[in-house]
Design a protein around this ligand. Structure first.
Ligand SMILES: Nc1ncnc2c1ncn2[C@@H]1O[C@H](COS(=O)(=O)NC(=O)[C@@H](N)CS)[C@@H](O)[C@H]1O
Ligand SMILES: [Zn+2]
Length: 477
């Protein structure tokens, strides 16, 4: 990789900054010759690997991981009317095997309900088979016709974590929706990404769902990014796919289902929310390299300093840190630039003075400098990294809070959505939602808001004056 030493575009021009950082921080190569498909560089893949390791640990608490086939026969795909309507313009079809035309065209899964639920119908017989809670992490394919963008709007979603659960009752499925939201909140807390939960308007819910609760974050340009969704499916799919079970009284009942998904938009959120004008800023939990040790080589004491830096690296590695010693024959400043661009949370400098004083200098990615005793250095670094993570959360929360404005009129709404999210009172009618969309360059994205940054209240609908409740208006990705 040729090292480009130019400055990044300012983060104020977010779109340029975002495109540039993807290759300068070695996250994704966008030059693959199919629109909407991109290639992970190893560093970006390392971030994904750590993030999805956290996600799997959370899911493995009470789900089992599995894997279903990629190809779905048209006969199964076309069974759920609403689902088809929602996806028919987005599905890729496989029509040939070699030179033979297939008698049944096969869909590339856009999401896996129609692959999984015929199998659930075979597996589920009795209430003792419930609840069934499985998930998979797979690639899915959607022929997105809107503007594609790496990590954000892909035609091949390479990191699609989808969970599909079946329960004996609507209430149990509704309770699982809350469990899923709790897991997603915990996931994004670990990524230090602040989120707002809200219920999507009915016209925006998942095709075939009763309701959809979405997890949104606010990007630096003020637009929201949907970084997770949880769907209550009720018994729609179980009736379509005959997922029935024998209850304790020997009666046949339909199962009640949920499904919930997260994609590599989670990585886009980490890149965008935390990144700055020097490059990526990675929360320690997802940093492929948490600590880079930089020896400050001074002439004749070179060997002594290198030996001390090497000993420090192996002590930190033995303590379980992802640590790298950068002993390249380069000016320290050029090394700092290289690792700052890649978002390494902590740099530890070792120079002649440190060797004499038995200290090291820890410098966080956001510039906080601490001199640590060489003895007990593992504890010292652990606490510096933990404080760094907390600081990232705080900074991200403050940035989000600054982009949320409670407003009372359409004019104020139009102003607020230029730089973020407006909170208005909305009566819940599609008619008023359409009037809001016509009046401002944004749309109603959610009601039943859950965020500790927003005080939900009742009040007159911003359009019709009828009984309203807090709702989110925003421009979206
Ligand atoms: N084209 C896309 N590129 C990247 N991520 C996407 C794309 N489409 C959707 N996503 C992400 O995937 C999540 C789940 O997708 S979804 O359509 O809302 N839900 C489902 O497909 C359900 N089957 C839950 S598993 C979305 O919340 C969004 O964050
Ligand atoms: Zn209204």
């Amino acid at each position: 990789m040729e090292e480009d030493t130019g400055a990044l575009p300012r983060k104020e021009s977010f779109s340029e900054w975002y495109n540039e950082i993807l290759w300068r921080a070695e996250i994704m190569d966008v030059r693959y010759p199919v629109k909407g498909l991109y290639v992970w560089y190893p560093h970006g893949f390392g971030i994904r690997k750590r993030a999805y390791g956290i996600l799997r640990d959370l899911m493995d608490r009470d789900h089992a991981e599995t894997m279903f086939p990629l190809l779905i026969p048209k006969t199964e795909f076309m069974k759920e009317a609403e689902h088809i309507k929602g996806f028919e313009d987005e599905v890729y079809w496989v029509t040939h095997g070699g030179r033979n035309e297939l008698d049944v065209p096969l869909a590339l899964r856009p999401t896996s309900e129609t692959a999984i639920y015929p199998m659930y119908a075979l597996w589920i017989r009795s209430h003792t088979d419930l609840p069934l809670k499985l998930y998979q992490v797979v690639n899915t394919f959607r022929y997105e016709t809107k503007h594609t963008r790496p990590l954000i709007r892909l035609r091949e979603i390479t990191s699609f974590k989808e969970a599909h659960t079946v329960h004996a009752s609507w209430e149990e499925a509704a309770a699982q929706v809350e469990v899923a939201l709790g897991l997603y909140k915990e996931f994004y807390d670990t990524l230090r990404v602040p989120v707002i939960l809200s219920r999507r308007p009915d016209w925006d819910k998942f095709p075939g769902a009763d309701y959809t609760i979405a997890v949104d974050t606010i990007m630096p340009d003020g637009k929201t990014l949907q970084i997770g969704t949880v769907h209550m499916l009720g018994d729609h799919f179980s009736r379509t796919y005959a997922i029935t079970y024998e209850d304790a009284n020997g009666e046949q009942q339909y199962g009640y289902q949920t499904c919930y998904g997260i994609s590599e938009r989670s990585i886009a959120a980490v890149v965008s929310v935390h990144g700055d004008d020097k490059g990526l800023v990675l929360p320690p939990a997802v940093a492929p390299i948490e600590i880079v040790v930089v020896p400050i080589i001074v002439g004749k004491r070179r060997d002594e300093v290198l030996a001390s830096a090497t000993a420090l690296e192996s002590e930190l590695r033995d303590a379980g840190f992802a640590v790298k010693l950068d002993a390249r024959d380069m000016r320290p400043g050029a090394k700092y630039y290289h690792w700052e661009m890649r978002g390494v949370p902590l740099r530890v400098e070792v120079g002649p003075r440190d060797v004499d004083a038995n200290t090291v200098v820890a410098v966080t990615r956001t510039g906080k400098k601490t001199t640590l005793d060489r003895r007990g250095v593992v504890e010292g670094i652990t606490s510096v990294l933990s404080t760094f993570g907390e600081d990232l959360s705080q900074a991200a929360r403050q940035a989000m809070a600054a982009r949320i404005t409670a407003v009372a009129t359409l004019e104020e709404t139009a102003e607020a959505v230029k730089s973020g999210v407006a909170v208005v009172h909305w009566c819940g009618s599609q008619e008023c939602a359409e009037k809001i969309e016509a009046a401002v360059d944004a749309s109603i994205i959610g009601s039943d808001i859950r965020s500790d940054l927003i005080a939900v209240s009742d009040g007159p609908c911003v359009v019709c004056g009828g009984e309203g409740r807090s709702a989110l208006v925003a421009r979206t990705y």
